[in-house]
Structure formats: structure tokens, C-alpha cells
Design a protein around this ligand. Structure first.
Ligand SMILES: *Cc1c(COP(=O)(O)O)cnc(C)c1O
Length: 341
């Protein structure tokens, strides 16, 4: 793998920190748990999409785009980071937001990431849940092209082989960082959604033969579908990087036991995980992805899945901005707070 062979627009604050979580580890009294702070990548409160956007926006620049269009759920972190990157590049940004939760909470519909999309100057339009959003986006893009715009479209989550390069690169960053610290990583865990993060990490870890098992905690699709999505994208990413054949089907492991009712609907375990990280480590997770990922990490640790002498790294993929769309779920919205007074 040689990343300088690919165009890259440098915007992320890298390398992100790799830190122990000693109070959480003590609370769970199991393995030593570390955190890789990809919530601190820089653009507009950070998150995992920035690494993907370094490669995607570079392609947009190379193609002479004056506008990017992408899509995501209402509280999409990817949409917000794309809007910020487009702002920094002086490109227009248009976003299709899919209502996947049916929530009528004004905070969910207008605050958090939606507020920031608008603050960065992006234009948005909404769609009901369950449609083919990438197809919708292409239709919208064609309309802009017909008006003479040079449009670059980015799939949901920035998850194609170009975006996944960012996470193949992250695998190399993480392993060399751990080697510098003399840290042996026994396992890597993170929330997996549109698959680009896990696919990129698998390709990177396998290509350098790091021998670190990777576990994705699902937030939406059932296990067979999630693993298939990750595997297919990993194959395409390996091909692009010039290392076809490095990823085997069994390298792709997703645990989807922590999804709950569905995408974007917090579970009790997710809320408990967010409170635990906030109160023991001063770290903000999110209610859609990293909170469910951490719920998996915590539950598996309590069930004794990991040996006490292991070092587990939790990749924090970001998303805390979405907390401001979900304050009512925590009982901290204004009416609840007033009732408590
Ligand atoms: C998008 C996202 C993920 C999932 O990453 P994918 O590459 O889409 O699988 C995890 N956490 C947060 C906070 C995200 O925004």
C-alpha cells in the first residue's frame, strides 16, 4: 500500500490520539481498554468521515467539481462533515436527508447535525425513510448538471473504495502508533454502519499483516447483510490499493446484537454507555453509532469475552453533535428539566 499514489486533500488532524481509559477499565474490571480518538479529526467537531473525505474531496477537486451532493439520515454526521469540507474548499454542498426514525422532536429535526449543515452553508432537502437514497441523489445531481453545475456525488457515509482508503490508512497509523508506544493491540472494536470504516480497516490491517482481529458493532442491518456489505467493499478497496486477495470472508465480523429497535433509535444500553463514558472518562459518544458500539464493548467485556491481559482498542468514530438532537432521550429537554425543578 502506498497512499501517496492517490490524490488526497489534507484536512484531518492526524494522527489522532490513542489513549488508555483507566477509569472505564477499572469499572469493567476486565481487559485494559484504549480509545483511538477519531472523534477529534478536526473538521466541524470531527468524526470518522473526515478521513474518507480527504480522498473523496481530492477526487472532486481533480474532476473540477464546483458542487458536491451527498445523502444521509436526518442527523447524519457524514452530511455535516461533508458540508464543512465543501465550505473550506469553496464548493457548494447539497444534502438529501432521509427520515429513518420518524421522530417529530424539533431538536432531532433541526438541531445537532442539521443545524450545522445549514451553518456551513449547505442546502438540504428531505426524503421519507426506506427509499433508494443513492438513486434519489443521482436524480437530483442530474438536475443540477442539466443547469450546468459540475457535480461530484458522494455515497451515503462516504463509503466507496475511495472513501475507504482513509481507513486503510488509519490501520497503518494505528499500528505504527501502538508500536511506537510498545503497545500490543489484541482487538479493535468500533461501530459499523455504511461499511467504509470497517472495510478500510480490514484491508489495511490485513495488508500489513497486523494480526489484530477487528469487530464491528452494527447499528442498522442484520449480521449477514452487514458482513456482506463490508466484505464487498473491502474487496473493492483492496483492488484499488493494488493488494487484491488480502481479505478473506472470515476476516469480516460484525455483531449486530446491539441495534435494538432500529437505526437511530437509542437503546437503554446505548444511553447507559454514553453516560458511563461521559462520567468516567469525560468523553462524548453519540446515540446512533458510537453509543451502540460502546454498549457492545461494555456488554462483551462484562460477559468475559476478553481476557484480563488483553489490550482492547475502541475506535471512537465521533458523532457527539447528534447528542443535541437527542437531549429528550436523556431526560434533559426543557419541559422535563422544568418539571424537575
Ligand atoms: C458514519 C459513522 C459510523 C459508521 O461508519 P461507517 O463507515 O459508515 O460504517 C460510526 N460512527 C459515527 C459517529 C458515524 O458518523
Amino acid at each position: 500500500m502506498h497512499f501517496s499514489r492517490f490524490p488526497r486533500w489534507r484536512a484531518a488532524h492526524l494522527p489522532t490520539a490513542l489513549e488508555p481509559m483507566d477509569r472505564l477499565s477499572a469499572e469493567l474490571s476486565g481487559p485494559r481498554i484504549w480509545i483511538k480518538r477519531d472523534d477529534c479529526t478536526g473538521m466541524s467537531t470531527g468524526g470518522n468521515k473526515t478521513r474518507k473525505l480527504e480522498f473523496l474531496m481530492a477526487e472532486a477537486i481533480e474532476q473540477g467539481a464546483d458542487m458536491v451532493i451527498t445523502q444521509g439520515a436526518t442527523q447524519s454526521n457524514h452530511a455535516r462533515q461533508t458540508a464543512a469540507c465543501a465550505a473550506k474548499l469553496g464548493m457548494d454542498c447539497h444534502i438529501l436527508l432521509e427520515d429513518r426514525t420518524g421522530s417529530n422532536d424539533p431538536a432531532y429535526k433541526f438541531n445537532g447535525n442539521v443545524f450545522l449543515d445549514n451553518l456551513h452553508g449547505a442546502t438540504t432537502e428531505t426524503r421519507a425513510g426506506g427509499g433508494d437514497m443513492n438513486a434519489e441523489m443521482e436524480t437530483v445531481a442530474e438536475n443540477f448538471r442539466a443547469k450546468g453545475r459540475k457535480v461530484y456525488t458522494i455515497p451515503g457515509g462516504g463509503s466507496n473504495a475511495t472513501g475507504a482508503l482513509g481507513y486503510a490508512n488509519c490501520a497503518m497509523e494505528l499500528v505504527s502508533q501502538a508500536d511506537d508506544m510498545g503497545l500490543r493491540i489484541d482487538r479493535l472494536i468500533h461501530a459499523t454502519g455504511s461499511a467504509g470504516t470497517q472495510a478500510g480497516l480490514i484491508v489495511g490491517l490485513k495488508a500489513i499483516n497486523a494480526q489484530i482481529p477487528l469487530l464491528g458493532i452494527g447499528v442498522r442491518a442484520p449480521k449477514p447483510k452487514q458482513e456482506e456489505n463490508v466484505y464487498n467493499l473491502a474487496l473493492a478497496t483492496a483492488e484499488k490499493l493494488g493488494c487484491p486477495g488480502v481479505v478473506q470472508r472470515e476476516d469480516v465480523v460484525a455483531n449486530t446484537d446491539y441495534v435494538g429497535e432500529g437505526y437511530g433509535i437509542p437503546t437503554d444500553a446505548c444511553i447507559a454507555a454514553i453516560e458511563l463514558f461521559a462520567r468516567l472518562e469525560g468523553i462524548l459518544l453519540d446515540p446512533v453509532y458510537s453509543g451502540k458500539g460502546a454498549a457492545g464493548l461494555i456488554d462483551l467485556t462484562r460477559k468475559g469475552e476478553f481476557a484480563d491481559d488483553e489490550n482492547i482498542v475502541f475506535l471512537h468514530t465521533g458523532g457527539s453533535t447528534a447528542l443535541f438532537g437527542y437531549n429528550a432521550v436523556f431526560g434533559y429537554d426543557a419541559p422535563a428539566a422544568q418539571a424537575a425543578e
